[in-house]
Design a protein around this ligand. Structure first.
Ligand code: HEC
Length: 211
């Protein structure tokens, strides 16, 4: 009896250890890249703009590249590969999902793919989404997309970001959602503010009076 118990315990221990290892290995947010290496990879990831023939347009997109790289769009708009973010599919979205009390939002594909990305949006439409949070179909973007902060970009910087996004290699990546509060979410979700917590928060103070 004792031996059976000992062996079953050993089997359980092995299963737990290998199971946990598999969890760390396969679940995308726990990828096995050293943080120093990862931040280097992220800085090196933005595709360059050297192929743009018109020098004026190239200069605008170069400025956009600089802003996109330094404001961390990739932190949310990355795409998952088997070992964490796949930086070769730059800004193709889908890696990060945010759940609020109202809906679950998935970071979207910002590459100019015509079916799954921004390929059919004009530059002005991209700028409007960035600084006003309005998509061409009229839907307002969730505030987790920091468009309220981007509203303070200068016109030329917002335009430069849009120019850079339009110069990216198109990547086909259909991003699901947004999902309604009762819909089944088919993807991994970062619980930003769990519904119970959100609903129990006191209402925010009224905004300061306009000067
Ligand atoms: C904190 C996470 C986060 C960061 C940082 C972020 N985004 Fe987003 N973005 C999102 C999410 C989530 C959505 C989808 C929101 C929705 O569906 O309502 C989104 C949507 C968008 C859209 C609309 C696309 C569409 O198909 O509707 C554009 C354009 C965009 N982001 C551009 C950018 C750019 C450019 C940057 C960097 C300057 C950036 N985002 C940084 C999370 C982020």
């Amino acid at each position: 009896m004792k031996r059976i118990l000992k062996w079953s315990l050993a089997v359980v221990a092995v299963l737990v250890v290998t199971g946990f290892g598999a969890f760390l290995y396969f679940i995308p947010p726990f990828f096995l890249i050293a943080p120093e290496q990862f931040s280097k990879d992220i800085m090196a990831a933005p595709p360059p703009v050297g192929d743009i023939a018109d020098p004026a347009e190239r200069a605008i997109a170069e400025r956009g590249l600089y802003i996109v790289r330094t404001t961390g769009c990739i932190g949310c708009h990355a795409t998952n590969g088997p070992q964490g973010p796949d930086l070769t599919k730059y800004l193709a979205g889908g890696a990060v999902k945010f759940q609020t009390a109202h809906a679950t939002y998935v970071s979207r594909n910002l590459t100019p793919d015509k079916e799954t990305g921004l390929g059919k949006w004009t530059r002005a439409e991209i700028v409007t989404a960035l600084v006003k949070g309005k998509r061409p179909d009229g839907r307002e973007l969730a505030p987790i997309m920091p468009w309220r902060a981007f509203a303070h970009l200068s016109k030329s910087d917002a335009n430069a970001i849009a120019a850079y996004l339009q110069s990216l290699p198109p990547v086909k990546n259909e991003v699901p959602g947004p999902f309604g509060p009762k819909e089944k979410v088919s993807v991994f979700v970062m619980d930003l503010v769990p519904a119970e917590v959100f609903n129990s928060l006191p209402p925010p103070p009224p905004p300061p009076a306009a000067k």
